[in-house]
Design a protein around this ligand. Structure first.
Ligand code: NAP
Length: 273
């Protein structure tokens, strides 16, 4: 039995921008847990060797981010059903029997919206963007009961690929029709990088979107993106992206450090500071 101080990490390349060390550090301090969470910058060619060594160095698990999410899934000894469906891992647990891979992004997405709108039950959804984040959002939307997910992406082929992967509830829509596809939708999600600091805003006319629809931006820097500002000013409920980041972190923290942490305003402030 080991009595060493548990270590966890976020592994990325690059990883300097990650807010996860601050997030987990806040929880470790809040719950008085003797443990450490560190950023590890590991190049793709070194990833598999690093993963084999970390458990022997006192690490109990890790988050993985770009560009390691798919490789981590492939290297794991056991894969959760959600990670398997999404096709990527973001949370690894090192056990005596090997590496367990999970994906908590879909959970984080749903929890974030339900923190504002507890009864959120998507039916017809407009989803902008077909990158890695979009895959987790689609799985979350399907599990929350969405019947129709209208998916548009600048590069149309990527939207068609996701529709092929995730079945007929995902309907690819040409980028040129992104404004008209909002008609009749109860939920609008931006899963592109547009609107992020340093990026152009998402160019989207909201006229066709029902005022009862909730608008969620995955971008959280800035918190109030041009899309959220436009949605709120016409009367839609807006949900920013920070809560997804915070909620996706909770299951990993619990697995590694033994305490289920709470997502609250204190944590939001700590992560934004
Ligand atoms: P990704 O795999 O690189 O995908 C990027 C997406 O943005 C693609 O759909 C891409 O379209 C689109 N895009 C980029 N520049 C564009 C432009 N100039 N015009 C039109 N579309 C453009 O990235 P990702 O991992 O899916 O992440 C997407 C966003 O979600 C990022 O802003 C990320 O920070 C955010 N995110 C937030 C959370 C959270 O916890 N809140 C979690 C994950 C991701 P093409 O396919 O045409 O290139």
């Amino acid at each position: 039995m080991s009595h060493s101080i548990p270590l966890a990490a976020v592994i990325g390349y690059p990883v300097a921008h990650s807010k996860s060390p601050r997030l987990h550090g806040h929880w470790l301090a809040r719950y008085g847990i003797a443990g450490h969470y560190v950023p590890l910058s590991i190049a793709p060619q070194d990833f598999s060797q690093a993963l084999a060594q970390l458990p022997r160095m006192g690490f109990v698990g890790a988050n993985v981010t770009i560009p390691h999410k798919e490789t981590a899934l492939a290297l794991a000894d056991r894969v959760s059903p959600l990670a398997d469906r999404i096709g990527a891992a973001n949370t690894l647990v090192f056990t005596p029997d090997g590496i367990e891979a999970d994906n908590t992004d879909a959970y984080g997405f749903t929890q974030n919206i339900r923190a504002t709108l507890p009864d959120w039950a998507p039916n017809r959804v407009a989803l902008i963007g077909a990158g890695g984040a979009s895959r987790a959002v689609i799985v979350a939307l399907q599990d929350a009961g969405a019947q129709e997910i209208r998916l548009t992406n600048r590069t149309q082929d990527r939207a068609a690929d996701l529709a092929a992967d995730f079945g007929p509830s995902v309907v690819p829509v040409p980028w040129s029709q992104r404004a008209s596809m909002l008609d009749g939708c109860d939920t609008l999600v931006n899963a592109t990088a547009l609107g992020m600091t340093g990026q152009p805003p998402l160019d989207l006319d909201l006229t066709a979107l029902p005022l009862s629809a909730v608008v969620n931006d995955l971008v959280y820097a800035p918190l109030e993106t041009p899309l959220l500002a436009a949605a709120r000013s016409r009367g839609n409920l807006g949900v920013d992206g920070l809560g997804m980041l915070l909620h996706q972190a909770a299951p990993g923290f619990e697995r590694w450090f033994g305490t289920r942490p709470t997502v609250d305003d204190d944590l939001r402030r700590a992560v934004l500071a």
